[in-house]
Design a protein around this ligand. Sequence first.
Ligand code: CO
Ligand code: ZN
Length: 333
Amino acid sequence: MKPLLKTLTETFAPSGHEDAVRKVILKEVRPLADEVSVDALGNLIVRKKPAKGAKNPKKIMLAAHMDEIGVIVSHIDKKGFVRFTNVGGTFGRYTLGARVRFLNGVSGVVGYDRLEQVDNILPINKMYIDVGASSKENCPVKVGDVAAFERSYIEMGDRLIAKSMDDRSGVVVLIETLRSIKSTPNDLYFVFTTQEEVGVRGAGAAAFGIDPDIGIAIDVTPTGDTPASLKMVMELGKGPCVKFRDVGMVSDPRVVDWMINTAEKARIPYQREVLLIGSTDAREIQISRAGVMAGALSIPCRYVHSASEMVDYNDLKNSVKLLAAMLSKSVSF
Ligand code: CO
Ligand code: ZN
């Protein structure tokens, strides 16, 4: 799982430009799938059909988004300095001093106008990208070009750090879950969604097309385990988090119970999650068509939306175990 996570997190795929990462995922899932398709928004939909003779199989949609936050060029000045805006939740506090990589391979360094106060956190409209150009004419990027953070994957014991752990760690969990399920009584749709970071857009379209009975998002969740963090119970290394509520949704209690009962029966550690910031693809799945029973399984993650998002390897392994246990049996609600 670790080499694949390294490859996934070192691939550049800001929202709306997911081709490169979809290619990586496709190579892994094709041999494991009964059907594979890509829809108009670029969602990669991987179906694993119910075993022969399964009675009333439930259609279950699992979603992990493959896009990541990034930046987009909005203006280039006479000296070739690039002004930019956000693609998704790209914050000034993490962008300053960062390196970015454009899809055409060009690297850039983020600089800033002038600090009135040395400790100020600047908004990104006071920043620019220096791509090594000296004029507008020799600037190697154009208005509309997109970039993502450039940062390599590292390991510190069980702590894994990279850009785009949000949500490539969810992507790797879904791939490994698919790999570990030999047979299922359910009709499973593993969906690698697009454009989550710009408003959970891919998942809504995919859910409309699939029309599932149950939907589960697999995404990261910020934790409450760092100095002076928000008062939240989620911690790194204490198991996958069963989402009860975030800013965009209230999980279906039947889905919550299903997760918790399965975890307890299989003795897999889990945590209860009430998230005070952000939401996931599950929000959009829940309200698609006439409504879907939805929930989310979250991977605890520190420094979300920075270039050094940190997860714990044990949480990834336990997420795979829990999902595989849930999906291998028929669902009773
Ligand atoms: Co995110
Ligand atoms: Zn995410």
